[in-house]
Design a protein around this ligand. Structure first.
Ligand code: ACO
Length: 382
């Protein structure tokens, strides 16, 4: 499937082709290492918070106490969405997928905040704050409205993670649930040039506004081969139903060359380090809030897939255990990918900011496989 074109080789999916230089994150797929700005993901998951990690990714430094407090306060202040955005969202079909609702409402922010000053650090900061602040509110508002309820206003007493869970359920979450949810956001915040980040970078390279950058990335994240896989994992566990059914299900998938959701990764050829952290979090959550039978199913699935496909480097990815955590937190399955987007906004915006500093519009080439000098056939003769 490869062909030589001029002086470089064509690689479907651009596999292994560097498309940018970046100092934001680093993945070693053979050793299972992930670093944000040089700091190992295990350390950030244990010691940082999502908003501190977002600050680190975007501004390339850990904030001081004052800087972090100011950032958190700004985000808290901007959590509310305009009535006109809420009214617009009320018109969305309640059967629509929340990722489509999110993509539409993220793009709509550009209508309301249309000033564009990409060379002004204050503008960059304000766009970062608005997007991080408002995206969780928009997701929760859509969820409430499709259920026939009014959106729940953000609660200023609650931190970022707790407030999102509160807006979804109208209950203040258990502190462990909020803490674990915050770690989930940290784990999903950034991952080099994956498909949605590349989308964000291509869009950013045209010097459009940051809301369009995020909206294009949300559209890319929605697909089942990318962020949509966490939702597919739960649907698959539902379909399998019991531990005894795992082996025949996997054997059938392998025989039919069918992809098993939540497994495999373009870069990792060992277990994704985020999957390991998420598995530990899931265990903590089950200990505190009660066992989930799907966890037994998931363990058996991991064992059988490793047996059958481990030699090909197919191991659990980040999406495999995240769904189990979100299910235990009472989050509906179709909100799993929007939650991924809440986190990944941090990475997209870090790449947006980095891209603006060294911008050259993305314009790759192609290998033309069509014909030349084709005749135009009049419609009556076709
Ligand atoms: N189940 C079964 N076999 C798999 C899987 C899987 N999940 N993933 C890869 N393989 C097999 C392929 O069939 C292929 O086998 P072959 O060489 O015999 O033809 C080989 O492993 C290589 O797979 P590719 O699809 O070429 O790998 P690629 O790097 O293009 O794809 C991807 C990576 C898209 C993530 C893939 O593993 C996949 O579709 N996984 C399931 C969906 C998923 O979980 N996506 C989430 C990824 S993480 C994220 O986006 C946040």
């Amino acid at each position: 499937m490869t062909a030589t074109y001029l002086y470089c080789e064509y690689k479907p999916g651009l596999e292994g082709i560097p498309a940018a230089k970046s100092g934001i994150s680093y993945v070693d797929g053979k050793q299972g290492i992930l670093e944000y700005r040089g700091i190992r993901i295990e350390e950030l998951a244990a010691k940082s918070s999502f908003l501190e990690t977002a600050y680190l990714l975007i501004w390339d430094k850990l904030p001081t106490k004052e800087e972090l407090t100011e950032f958190e306060t700004d985000i808290l202040y901007h959590r509310r969405i305009k009535y006109r955005i809420r009214d617009m969202m009320k018109c969305f079909p309640e059967t629509g997928h929340p990722m489509d609702a999110l993509q539409t409402s993220a793009a709509a922010l550009g209508l309301f905040y249309s000033r564009r000053a990409l060379d002004n650090p204050d503008y960059i900061r304000q766009a970062v704050v608005r997007l991080l602040a408002k995206i969780p509110t928009m997701i929760a508002a859509f969820h409430q409205m499709r259920e026939g309820n009014d959106p729940i206003q953000p609660n200023d007493e609650l931190d970022y993670a707790s407030n999102f869970l509160y807006m979804l359920t109208e209950r203040k979450p258990h502190p462990l649930a909020a803490k674990i949810f915050d770690v989930c956001l940290t784990l999903h915040a950034e991952h080099t040039i994956n498909a949605s980040t590349f989308s964000a970078m291509v869009t950013a390279s045209t010097l459009t506004d940051p809301y369009a950058v995020v909206a294009s990335a949300v559209g890319t994240l929605a697909g089942p081969l990318h962020g949509g896989a966490n939702e597919e994992v739960l649907l698959m566990l539902e379909e399998i139903g019991s531990v005894e059914n795992v082996r025949p299900f996997i054997e059938k998938c392998v025989a039919n060359k069918q992809k098993i959701m939540g497994f495999g990764h373009r870069v990792y050829k060992v277990k994704d380090p985020r999957a390991t952290i998420l598995q530990n979090l899931a265990e903590q959550l089950f200990e505190e809030m009660g066992h989930d039978d799907y966890y037994d199913l998931a363990l058996e699935l991991e064992k059988v897939v490793e047996e059958q496909l481990g030699s090909k480097g197919i191991y659990p990815n980040v999406d495999f255990y995240s769904g189990l955590v979100y299910r235990k937190l009472g989050i509906p399955t179709d909100l799993f990918t929007p939650i991924f987007a809440i986190a990944r906004v941090a990475g997209w915006l870090a790449h947006w900011k980095e891209q603006l500093g060294v911008n050259r519009i993305f314009r790759p080439t192609q290998i033309y496989t069509g014909v030349h000098n084709a005749p135009y056939i009049p419609i009556a003769e076709r």
